[in-house]
Design a protein around this ligand. Structure first.
Ligand code: NAP
Length: 346
């Protein structure tokens, strides 16, 4: 496709950084949004050619109105990645639902009203919007699956706290995005990507290991020896490398036609458990082996007897977006190398 001008929201984030790098490498013009001037300065030094706009609070539905207007060349596509991803939730509404849902609906409204040149929108949803506690073990996950949470059940404790609260925010944000498309029938088309847990190199712009994004924290913490006495349970047993997820986002804005427009895609390289990460770390970085959990300390990080709880079908992402998934070995090794670059500067 010809080169485009693409707005990426949440440019200071882990995934967005990889998306911006990929877009630039393919010759696109990039504008991004961040929440503060300090984040803009750090990001600009890493990517001198991009335009950066400050959007302090995307809980306001009109937050992106200015960010989508007055661009030269005009914007042709938007990739909306910004959304809170952490598990320390004290108020599901203000911490999670307002920024996740209003940020998503708000940017769709802003584009609809003020950015007639935009013809493609890609939203980063998540496996969190697919995960269904009622799904029988042994079945395969694919983009046909939906998290059953609704507005009526969102504030129940089992949906509103910790990981569940994050999952609820992603599920309701994606449901509202598809509802917007149905109700408003805008001139742009929508593609939604549903990555599983993302590992992979962190931005070299990070100033400390404290800032490592949520999904890479388990790798950081295994390497530091924090889990020597007890490996935590894996949680959802699917993963994807950030560079593969980023490429999927870029192909999703570049490609036209029914294969991608109006579709959602599950992004996963496959199953993993925390014990697999431990094994990679032990093999590739023998110097950290003493700090890794072993024997009984590794028990909760293993697959249950019989293997992964669910299978997966990632064929749509392979066929429709051309994703070539990296191995866990490559992803974990490159993650650790990137963490060492950050550590070296602390
Ligand atoms: P991240 O590094 O924490 O990035 C999140 C981005 O969202 C950051 O730019 C952050 O801005 C922004 N953000 C968070 N809360 C915000 C708020 N209230 N208002 C405005 N901006 C806000 O996490 P990530 O892993 O890159 O996540 C990016 C996207 O991928 C999210 O939509 C996430 O749900 C999705 N995802 C991630 C994974 C994963 O395993 N990492 C898996 C599936 C889906 P600041 O930099 O200012 O905090």
């Amino acid at each position: 496709m010809s080169h485009s001008h693409i707005l990426v929201t949440g440019g200071s984030g882990f995934l967005a950084n990889s998306i911006i790098t990929t877009l630039l490498s393919r010759g696109h013009t990039v504008t991004t949004t961040v929440r503060s001037a300090a984040k803009a300065t750090a990001l600009q030094s890493q990517h001198p050619s991009i335009n950066i706009k400050i959007v302090p609070d995307m809980s306001q539905l009109s937050a992106f109105d200015a960010a989508v207007t007055n661009h030269t060349p005009p914007l042709t596509a938007v990739i909306h990645t910004a959304s809170p991803f952490h598990y320390s939730i004290t108020n599901i509404k203000t911490d999670m639902l307002d920024p996740a849902v209003n940020g998503t609906v708000g940017i769709l409204q802003s584009i609809h009203k003020f950015a007639p040149s935009v013809n493609r929108v890609v939203i980063t949803s998540s496996f969190a919007a697919m995960s269904n506690p009622l799904k029988p073990a042994g079945e395969k996950y694919s983009e046909k699956d939906w998290n059953p949470v609704t507005w009526a059940t969102a504030e129940q404790p089992e949906n509103a706290l910790s990981q569940a609260g994050y999952r609820t925010s992603k599920a309701l944000a994606e449901k509202e995005a598809w509802k917007f498309m149905e109700d408003e029938k805008p001139r742009f088309s929508l593609t939604v990507l549903n990555p599983s847990l993302i590992f992979g190199p962190v931005s070299p712009a990070l100033s400390s290991l404290e800032e490592v994004n949520t999904s890479n924290q388990r790798i950081r913490d295994l390497v530091s020896g924090k889990f020597r006495e007890r490996c935590p349970p894996t949680g959802s047993q699917f993963w994807v490398d950030v560079r593969d997820a980023a490429m999927a986002h870029v192909v999703a804005v570049e490609k036209t036609g029914d294969e991608v427009e109006g579709k959602r895609f599950f992004l996963t390289a496959g199953n993993f458990c925390n014990a697999d990460i431990v094994q990679v770390l032990g093999e590739a970085f023998p110097e950290v082996k003493d700090g890794l959990p072993q024997g009984e300390a590794l028990r909760e990080g293993r697959f249950p007897e019989g293997g992964p709880k669910y299978g997966f079908d990632n064929e749509a992402s392979v066929q429709g977006l051309g994703v070539v998934y990296r191995s866990l070995m490559e992803s974990v090794v490159d993650t650790v190398r990137s963490l060492r670059v950050v550590e070296g500067r602390q």
